[in-house]
Design a protein around this ligand. Sequence first.
Ligand SMILES: *Cc1c(COP(=O)(O)O)cnc(C)c1O
Ligand code: SF4
Length: 352
Amino acid sequence: MTAAATLRTPDALARAGLVAPERLPALERVAARYAVAVTPAVAELIDPADPADPVARQFLPQEAELDAQPSERPDPIGDDAHSPVTGIVHRYPDRVLLKITHTCAVYCRFCFRREMVGPGGLKTLTPAELDAALAYVAGRPEIWEVILTGGDPLVLSPRRLREAMERLAAIDHVKVVRLHTRVPAVDPEAVSDELVAALKCPGKAVYVALHANHPREMTPKVREACARIVDAGLPMLSQTVLLRGVNDDPEVLGALMRAFVETRIKPYYLHQGDLAPGTGHLRTSVAEGQAVMRALRGRYSGLCQPTYVLDIPDGHGKVPIGPAYLDEGVAQVRDPNGAAHAYPPEGFILKE
Ligand SMILES: *Cc1c(COP(=O)(O)O)cnc(C)c1O
Ligand code: SF4
Protein backbone atom coordinates (compact mmCIF):
# COMPACT_ATOMS: atom_id res chain seq x y z
CA MET A 1 0.00 0.00 0.00
CA THR A 2 1.44 3.38 -0.94
CA ALA A 3 0.17 6.88 -0.35
CA ALA A 4 1.45 9.98 -2.06
CA ALA A 5 1.18 12.48 0.76
CA THR A 6 0.96 12.57 4.52
CA LEU A 7 -2.53 11.54 5.69
CA ARG A 8 -3.91 14.19 8.04
CA THR A 9 -7.60 13.40 8.55
CA PRO A 10 -9.65 10.32 9.44
CA ASP A 11 -11.26 10.66 6.02
CA ALA A 12 -7.87 10.46 4.31
CA LEU A 13 -7.01 7.42 6.45
CA ALA A 14 -10.28 5.76 5.40
CA ARG A 15 -9.65 6.51 1.72
CA ALA A 16 -6.21 4.90 2.09
CA GLY A 17 -7.92 1.80 3.50
CA LEU A 18 -6.31 2.20 6.94
CA VAL A 19 -9.50 2.71 9.01
CA ALA A 20 -13.01 1.39 8.47
CA PRO A 21 -15.46 4.05 7.17
CA GLU A 22 -18.01 3.27 9.92
CA ARG A 23 -15.52 4.53 12.52
CA LEU A 24 -15.28 7.96 10.94
CA PRO A 25 -17.75 9.85 13.20
CA ALA A 26 -15.90 8.76 16.36
CA LEU A 27 -12.46 9.30 14.84
CA GLU A 28 -13.44 12.80 13.70
CA ARG A 29 -14.01 13.58 17.40
CA VAL A 30 -10.55 12.25 18.26
CA ALA A 31 -8.95 14.23 15.44
CA ALA A 32 -10.71 17.41 16.55
CA ARG A 33 -8.92 16.99 19.89
CA TYR A 34 -5.48 15.63 18.91
CA ALA A 35 -3.50 16.10 15.70
CA VAL A 36 -3.25 13.27 13.16
CA ALA A 37 -0.45 12.75 10.62
CA VAL A 38 0.70 9.51 9.00
CA THR A 39 3.55 9.78 6.49
CA PRO A 40 3.64 7.60 3.35
CA ALA A 41 6.56 5.60 4.79
CA VAL A 42 4.54 4.80 7.93
CA ALA A 43 1.33 4.06 5.99
CA GLU A 44 3.28 1.49 3.96
CA LEU A 45 4.30 -0.36 7.12
CA ILE A 46 0.73 -0.81 8.37
CA ASP A 47 -1.17 -4.02 7.66
CA PRO A 48 -4.84 -2.90 7.72
CA ALA A 49 -5.98 -6.53 8.02
CA ASP A 50 -4.22 -6.89 11.39
CA PRO A 51 -6.29 -5.34 14.19
CA ALA A 52 -3.26 -5.52 16.54
CA ASP A 53 -0.75 -4.01 14.10
CA PRO A 54 2.00 -2.43 16.26
CA VAL A 55 2.65 0.41 13.82
CA ALA A 56 -1.06 1.21 13.47
CA ARG A 57 -1.37 1.34 17.27
CA GLN A 58 1.24 4.10 17.41
CA PHE A 59 -0.13 6.33 14.66
CA LEU A 60 -3.80 5.66 13.81
CA PRO A 61 -6.31 7.47 16.03
CA GLN A 62 -8.46 5.28 18.27
CA GLU A 63 -11.79 5.87 20.00
CA ALA A 64 -10.13 5.10 23.36
CA GLU A 65 -8.26 8.43 23.19
CA LEU A 66 -11.48 10.15 24.23
CA ASP A 67 -11.38 8.32 27.60
CA ALA A 68 -9.10 10.41 29.78
CA GLN A 69 -8.33 8.97 33.23
CA PRO A 70 -8.36 11.06 36.43
CA SER A 71 -4.60 10.54 36.92
CA GLU A 72 -3.80 11.89 33.46
CA ARG A 73 -2.87 15.56 32.90
CA PRO A 74 -2.36 17.95 29.97
CA ASP A 75 1.27 18.76 30.85
CA PRO A 76 2.34 15.37 32.27
CA ILE A 77 6.04 16.10 32.74
CA GLY A 78 5.63 19.68 33.90
CA ASP A 79 7.30 21.56 31.05
CA ASP A 80 5.36 24.73 31.84
CA ALA A 81 6.61 24.91 35.42
CA HIS A 82 10.21 25.18 34.16
CA SER A 83 9.78 27.44 31.14
CA PRO A 84 11.44 30.82 31.82
CA VAL A 85 10.96 32.07 28.23
CA THR A 86 8.89 30.77 25.32
CA GLY A 87 10.52 27.72 23.75
CA ILE A 88 12.94 26.99 26.62
CA VAL A 89 12.49 24.36 29.34
CA HIS A 90 15.21 24.63 32.00
CA ARG A 91 14.73 21.94 34.59
CA TYR A 92 18.31 20.72 35.11
CA PRO A 93 21.12 23.22 35.70
CA ASP A 94 23.45 22.09 32.91
CA ARG A 95 20.99 21.67 30.00
CA VAL A 96 17.91 23.17 28.42
CA LEU A 97 15.31 22.02 25.95
CA LEU A 98 14.91 24.37 23.01
CA LYS A 99 11.47 23.71 21.53
CA ILE A 100 12.10 25.36 18.21
CA THR A 101 8.91 24.06 16.55
CA HIS A 102 5.73 22.38 17.73
CA THR A 103 5.19 20.63 14.40
CA CYS A 104 6.00 16.95 13.84
CA ALA A 105 6.21 14.74 10.75
CA VAL A 106 3.76 12.31 12.40
CA TYR A 107 1.58 12.58 15.48
CA CYS A 108 2.04 9.70 17.91
CA ARG A 109 -1.12 8.66 19.72
CA PHE A 110 0.72 8.46 23.06
CA CYS A 111 2.60 11.77 22.77
CA PHE A 112 3.39 13.33 26.16
CA ARG A 113 3.16 16.79 24.57
CA ARG A 114 -0.05 15.99 22.67
CA GLU A 115 -1.79 19.04 24.08
CA MET A 116 1.00 21.29 22.75
CA VAL A 117 2.07 19.83 19.39
CA GLY A 118 0.23 19.93 16.09
CA PRO A 119 -1.51 22.47 13.90
CA GLY A 120 -3.82 23.60 16.72
CA GLY A 121 -0.95 24.32 19.11
CA LEU A 122 1.98 26.70 18.99
CA LYS A 123 3.93 26.68 15.74
CA THR A 124 7.55 27.41 15.08
CA LEU A 125 9.18 30.06 17.29
CA THR A 126 8.98 33.54 15.78
CA PRO A 127 12.32 35.24 15.06
CA ALA A 128 11.85 37.39 18.17
CA GLU A 129 11.05 34.34 20.32
CA LEU A 130 14.09 32.49 18.97
CA ASP A 131 16.25 35.55 19.73
CA ALA A 132 14.96 35.62 23.29
CA ALA A 133 15.47 31.87 23.76
CA LEU A 134 19.06 32.05 22.47
CA ALA A 135 19.74 35.11 24.60
CA TYR A 136 18.58 33.10 27.62
CA VAL A 137 21.12 30.37 26.76
CA ALA A 138 23.90 32.86 25.99
CA GLY A 139 23.39 34.59 29.32
CA ARG A 140 23.78 31.46 31.45
CA PRO A 141 27.28 29.94 31.47
CA GLU A 142 26.05 26.88 33.37
CA ILE A 143 24.20 25.69 30.23
CA TRP A 144 26.52 23.05 28.80
CA GLU A 145 24.03 21.30 26.50
CA VAL A 146 21.14 22.46 24.32
CA ILE A 147 18.57 19.85 23.33
CA LEU A 148 16.51 20.67 20.26
CA THR A 149 13.11 19.07 20.55
CA GLY A 150 9.54 20.09 20.00
CA GLY A 151 7.79 19.02 18.04
CA ASP A 152 10.46 17.64 15.80
CA PRO A 153 13.40 19.87 14.85
CA LEU A 154 14.08 17.84 11.68
CA VAL A 155 10.86 19.11 10.06
CA LEU A 156 12.59 22.51 9.75
CA SER A 157 14.25 23.37 6.46
CA PRO A 158 18.01 22.82 6.20
CA ARG A 159 18.38 26.60 5.99
CA ARG A 160 16.63 27.19 9.31
CA LEU A 161 18.48 24.36 11.01
CA ARG A 162 21.82 25.65 9.73
CA GLU A 163 20.99 29.11 11.06
CA ALA A 164 20.08 27.75 14.49
CA MET A 165 23.27 25.68 14.59
CA GLU A 166 25.40 28.65 13.60
CA ARG A 167 23.91 30.70 16.40
CA LEU A 168 24.49 27.91 18.94
CA ALA A 169 28.06 27.50 17.66
CA ALA A 170 28.68 31.12 18.66
CA ILE A 171 27.89 30.45 22.33
CA ASP A 172 31.19 29.40 23.92
CA HIS A 173 29.88 27.67 27.01
CA VAL A 174 27.55 25.38 25.02
CA LYS A 175 29.62 22.29 24.23
CA VAL A 176 26.96 19.78 23.19
CA VAL A 177 23.89 20.06 20.98
CA ARG A 178 21.42 17.19 20.95
CA LEU A 179 18.46 16.75 18.62
CA HIS A 180 15.51 14.48 19.40
CA THR A 181 13.70 13.36 16.26
CA ARG A 182 11.40 10.80 14.71
CA VAL A 183 12.05 11.94 11.12
CA PRO A 184 14.71 9.35 10.12
CA ALA A 185 12.23 6.59 11.07
CA VAL A 186 9.00 8.04 9.66
CA ASP A 187 10.27 9.98 6.63
CA PRO A 188 13.75 8.62 5.85
CA GLU A 189 13.92 10.30 2.45
CA ALA A 190 13.77 13.69 4.16
CA VAL A 191 17.20 12.97 5.63
CA SER A 192 19.03 14.39 2.63
CA ASP A 193 22.72 15.14 2.49
CA GLU A 194 21.78 18.81 2.72
CA LEU A 195 19.77 18.24 5.89
CA VAL A 196 22.56 16.20 7.48
CA ALA A 197 25.10 18.91 6.63
CA ALA A 198 22.82 21.46 8.29
CA LEU A 199 22.98 19.53 11.58
CA LYS A 200 26.69 20.12 12.01
CA CYS A 201 27.54 22.69 14.63
CA PRO A 202 31.14 23.86 14.29
CA GLY A 203 33.15 23.26 17.45
CA LYS A 204 30.36 21.38 19.26
CA ALA A 205 29.55 17.70 19.67
CA VAL A 206 26.18 17.02 18.02
CA TYR A 207 24.17 13.95 19.03
CA VAL A 208 21.01 12.78 17.27
CA ALA A 209 18.49 10.78 19.33
CA LEU A 210 16.08 8.73 17.24
CA HIS A 211 12.61 7.95 18.59
CA ALA A 212 11.40 4.55 17.36
CA ASN A 213 9.31 1.91 19.11
CA HIS A 214 9.02 -1.25 17.01
CA PRO A 215 11.62 -3.23 15.03
CA ARG A 216 9.42 -3.04 11.95
CA GLU A 217 10.11 0.73 11.85
CA MET A 218 13.81 0.03 11.22
CA THR A 219 13.49 -0.66 7.48
CA PRO A 220 16.47 -0.68 5.11
CA LYS A 221 15.66 2.91 4.07
CA VAL A 222 15.53 4.01 7.70
CA ARG A 223 18.87 2.34 8.40
CA GLU A 224 20.35 4.09 5.36
CA ALA A 225 19.07 7.46 6.59
CA CYS A 226 20.67 6.84 9.99
CA ALA A 227 23.92 5.76 8.31
CA ARG A 228 24.04 9.12 6.53
CA ILE A 229 23.86 10.85 9.91
CA VAL A 230 26.44 8.63 11.65
CA ASP A 231 28.80 8.71 8.64
CA ALA A 232 28.72 12.51 8.84
CA GLY A 233 30.24 12.23 12.31
CA LEU A 234 27.09 12.66 14.40
CA PRO A 235 26.71 9.85 16.95
CA MET A 236 23.18 8.52 17.41
CA LEU A 237 21.21 7.47 20.47
CA SER A 238 17.75 5.95 20.73
CA GLN A 239 14.66 6.68 22.72
CA THR A 240 11.69 4.36 22.90
CA VAL A 241 8.38 4.63 24.69
CA LEU A 242 7.21 1.42 26.34
CA LEU A 243 3.78 0.81 24.80
CA ARG A 244 1.14 -1.81 25.53
CA GLY A 245 0.59 -4.05 22.51
CA VAL A 246 3.53 -2.51 20.65
CA ASN A 247 6.80 -3.37 22.40
CA ASP A 248 5.90 -4.64 25.91
CA ASP A 249 7.47 -7.98 25.05
CA PRO A 250 11.17 -8.81 25.51
CA GLU A 251 11.45 -10.42 22.06
CA VAL A 252 10.06 -7.33 20.33
CA LEU A 253 12.01 -4.87 22.45
CA GLY A 254 15.18 -6.94 22.09
CA ALA A 255 14.78 -7.01 18.29
CA LEU A 256 14.33 -3.23 18.31
CA MET A 257 17.45 -2.69 20.44
CA ARG A 258 19.44 -5.00 18.15
CA ALA A 259 18.23 -3.07 15.12
CA PHE A 260 19.45 0.15 16.78
CA VAL A 261 22.85 -1.30 17.64
CA GLU A 262 23.26 -2.79 14.14
CA THR A 263 22.56 0.73 12.81
CA ARG A 264 25.22 2.24 15.14
CA ILE A 265 22.58 3.80 17.38
CA LYS A 266 23.34 3.33 21.09
CA PRO A 267 20.15 2.53 23.04
CA TYR A 268 19.65 5.37 25.51
CA TYR A 269 16.21 5.56 27.12
CA LEU A 270 13.15 3.38 27.43
CA HIS A 271 10.43 5.69 28.73
CA GLN A 272 7.60 4.60 30.96
CA GLY A 273 4.46 5.95 29.23
CA ASP A 274 3.66 9.41 30.57
CA LEU A 275 0.24 10.27 31.99
CA ALA A 276 -0.87 12.12 28.87
CA PRO A 277 -4.65 12.41 28.41
CA GLY A 278 -6.37 9.53 26.62
CA THR A 279 -3.30 7.28 26.45
CA GLY A 280 -4.20 4.70 29.12
CA HIS A 281 -4.89 1.98 26.53
CA LEU A 282 -1.24 2.26 25.40
CA ARG A 283 0.38 2.36 28.86
CA THR A 284 1.88 -0.57 30.80
CA SER A 285 2.42 -0.70 34.54
CA VAL A 286 5.90 -0.04 35.94
CA ALA A 287 6.00 -3.65 37.20
CA GLU A 288 5.39 -4.91 33.65
CA GLY A 289 8.14 -2.63 32.37
CA GLN A 290 10.58 -3.94 34.96
CA ALA A 291 9.79 -7.54 33.98
CA VAL A 292 10.53 -6.72 30.34
CA MET A 293 13.80 -5.01 31.31
CA ARG A 294 14.88 -8.00 33.44
CA ALA A 295 14.30 -10.34 30.48
CA LEU A 296 16.24 -7.98 28.21
CA ARG A 297 19.20 -7.97 30.61
CA GLY A 298 19.22 -11.77 30.74
CA ARG A 299 19.11 -12.35 27.00
CA TYR A 300 20.69 -9.49 25.05
CA SER A 301 24.09 -7.85 24.65
CA GLY A 302 25.00 -5.09 27.06
CA LEU A 303 25.02 -2.75 24.07
CA CYS A 304 21.29 -3.45 23.69
CA GLN A 305 20.32 -2.24 27.18
CA PRO A 306 18.49 1.09 27.42
CA THR A 307 17.88 2.78 30.77
CA TYR A 308 14.22 2.46 31.81
CA VAL A 309 13.13 5.91 33.02
CA LEU A 310 10.10 7.63 34.46
CA ASP A 311 9.50 11.33 34.15
CA ILE A 312 8.02 12.14 37.55
CA PRO A 313 4.73 14.00 36.98
CA ASP A 314 4.64 17.76 37.41
CA GLY A 315 8.25 18.44 36.50
CA HIS A 316 10.19 16.62 39.22
CA GLY A 317 12.58 15.07 36.69
CA LYS A 318 13.55 11.80 35.05
CA VAL A 319 14.74 8.88 37.13
CA PRO A 320 15.78 5.30 36.33
CA ILE A 321 13.13 2.91 37.64
CA GLY A 322 14.95 -0.36 37.59
CA PRO A 323 14.50 -3.14 38.00
CA ALA A 324 16.87 -3.26 40.99
CA TYR A 325 19.26 -6.18 41.28
CA LEU A 326 20.51 -5.45 44.79
CA ASP A 327 18.45 -6.70 47.74
CA GLU A 328 19.32 -3.98 50.17
CA GLY A 329 19.79 -4.84 53.80
CA VAL A 330 20.36 -8.55 53.12
CA ALA A 331 23.66 -8.33 51.24
CA GLN A 332 22.60 -10.15 48.12
CA VAL A 333 22.37 -9.46 44.41
CA ARG A 334 19.84 -10.98 41.98
CA ASP A 335 20.88 -12.27 38.59
CA PRO A 336 18.66 -11.67 35.53
CA ASN A 337 16.84 -14.96 36.22
CA GLY A 338 15.88 -13.79 39.69
CA ALA A 339 18.25 -16.05 41.65
CA ALA A 340 19.87 -14.45 44.73
CA HIS A 341 23.63 -14.49 45.29
CA ALA A 342 25.45 -13.40 48.44
CA TYR A 343 27.72 -10.36 48.30
CA PRO A 344 30.00 -9.49 51.26
CA PRO A 345 27.98 -7.26 53.63
CA GLU A 346 30.96 -4.93 54.14
CA GLY A 347 30.85 -4.30 50.37
CA PHE A 348 27.55 -2.42 50.80
CA ILE A 349 28.69 -0.10 53.56
CA LEU A 350 30.16 3.37 53.14
CA LYS A 351 33.83 3.35 54.05
CA GLU A 352 35.00 5.86 56.65
C1 LIG B 1 14.32 14.71 29.40
C2 LIG B 1 14.69 16.08 29.64
C3 LIG B 1 16.02 16.50 29.47
C4 LIG B 1 17.12 15.56 29.03
O1 LIG B 1 17.43 14.67 30.03
P1 LIG B 1 18.66 13.65 29.85
O2 LIG B 1 18.52 12.77 31.04
O3 LIG B 1 19.90 14.47 29.83
O4 LIG B 1 18.43 12.94 28.55
C5 LIG B 1 16.34 17.80 29.73
N1 LIG B 1 15.40 18.69 30.14
C6 LIG B 1 14.12 18.31 30.31
C7 LIG B 1 13.14 19.32 30.78
C8 LIG B 1 13.72 16.99 30.05
O5 LIG B 1 12.44 16.64 30.21
S1 SF4 C 1 7.23 12.87 17.30
FE1 SF4 C 1 7.52 13.23 19.52
S2 SF4 C 1 6.64 15.26 19.94
FE2 SF4 C 1 5.87 14.56 17.90
S3 SF4 C 1 3.93 13.54 18.32
FE3 SF4 C 1 5.49 11.93 18.36
S4 SF4 C 1 6.10 11.80 20.53
FE4 SF4 C 1 5.01 13.77 20.26
